[in-house]
Write a protein that binds this ligand. Structure first.
Ligand code: NDP
Ligand code: OXD
Length: 314
């Protein structure tokens, strides 16, 4: 019998192990550090594994990231070389992220925070609303999540553009490659980051970049939405740019340090919307079914899907 171990020191994997036993009754499922004989373990599902743990299973065939992002796996400098890493690519997670992106783009587009504020004061304060076609949404990262969000925003009538390392061909979406960053930014009113955390994307959301965004849109100044990773954003720059009107508003789901410190000025800023890294939760039953299906296919001789390129870092 193959054995699978969960290595998730920052959260209790009990419900995950139960879900995995249901999804793959033929697997012997355990939770590190109660993982039995290390030699028996062939699959590991991990999130922020401590150094030397994953490599302590000498017969590991595949490592599964329990999220779409793989920074929480690649942060282990002792990962065994040559063992493939598979990440999550699941329609449920993708839908959740698109819901989040659409929700927050619409919230800014329809100026809902301003309306909430007026309601709290009991004020009938109506102001012009604008057509979706007059607003340009730019998505950084046109991968699995970015492409789905782009398509859904385009269906709502927004002008949608995307930036990725390599150019994409998505109907109704203008695509820019890595070299086209400035052109991409200059036509973007609402910027959405769905980039992975890599050395190339660290700190990319900073003052210099915000200043390149369009100021011609109907909102008067650009808005940013970051649901990629907190490492991408300079939080001091965001606050300063909100103060000097380089930015109009921000929605942030991810932060440098999570949970966000209670002392962060972002919490109370009237034009910042904070969500607690909840844009697209991974549900145990769904993700375990996905992992079980990958294992079934792999054991039947099919190639692994959604492999991580450790050199690129995503
Ligand atoms: P993918 O790997 O499918 O897509 C990543 C995209 O980013 C690709 O289009 C890639 O370009 C682009 N990219 C990577 N590096 C660069 C770079 N240096 N310059 C330009 N473009 C770059 O990932 P997913 O869409 O599945 O997920 C994206 C990220 O979303 C995850 O890594 C994770 O950080 C975050 N996430 C956040 C969640 C949340 O709840 N907040 C939930 C799930 C994921 P190319 O296509 O050319 O390779
Ligand atoms: C993920 C996440 O990467 O939840 O899946 O952040």
């Amino acid at each position: 019998m193959s054995a699978l171990v969960f290595v998730t020191p920052t959260w209790d994997a009990t419900s995950w192990a139960e879900a995995m036993r249901k999804a793959a009754p033929g697997l012997d499922v355990s939770i590190w550090p109660d993982s039995g004989k290390a030699e028996d373990v062939t699959y590991a599902c991990a999130w922020l594994p401590p150094p030397d743990v994953v490599k302590s299973f000498p017969n590991l065939k595949v490592i599964f990231s329990l999220g779409a992002g793989v920074d929480a796996i690649l942060s282990d400098p002792t990962l065994p070389v040559g063992v493939p890493i598979v990440r999550v690519n699941d329609p449920d997670l993708t839908n959740r992220m698109s819901e989040y992106v659409v929700l927050h783009v619409l919230m800014h587009h329809r100026q809902q925070r301003r309306l909430d504020d007026a309601q709290a004061k009991g004020e009938w304060n109506s102001f012009p609303q604008h057509a979706a076609k007059d607003l340009s949404v730019g998505i950084m990262g046109l991968g699995v999540l970015g492409q789905d969000a782009a398509r859904k925003l385009a269906m709502l009538g927004f002008n949608v553009r995307g930036w990725s390392r390599t150019k994409k061909d998505i109907p109704g979406v203008e695509s820019f490659d890595a070299a086209g960053l400035d052109a991409f930014l200059s036509g973007t009113d609402i910027l959405v980051s769905l980039l992975p955390a890599t050395v190339d994307t660290d700190g990319i959301l900073n003052t210099a970049l915000f200043k390149k965004l369009s100021r011609r849109g109907p909102l008067g100044a650009p808005v940013i939405i970051n649901a990629g990773r907190g490492r991408q954003q300079n939080e001091d720059d965001i606050l300063a740019c909100l103060e000097d009107s380089t930015l109009l508003a921000a929605t942030l789901d991810v932060f440098h340090k999570e949970p966000l410190s209670t002392s962060s000025a972002l919490w109370k800023h009237p034009r910042v919307t904070i969500t607690p890294h909840a844009a697209a939760d991974s549900e145990p039953a769904t993700i375990c079914s996905y992992v079980a299906e990958q294992i079934r296919k792999f054991e039947a001789g099919a190639p692994l899907e959604n492999l991580v390129d450790t050199k690129r870092g995503y």
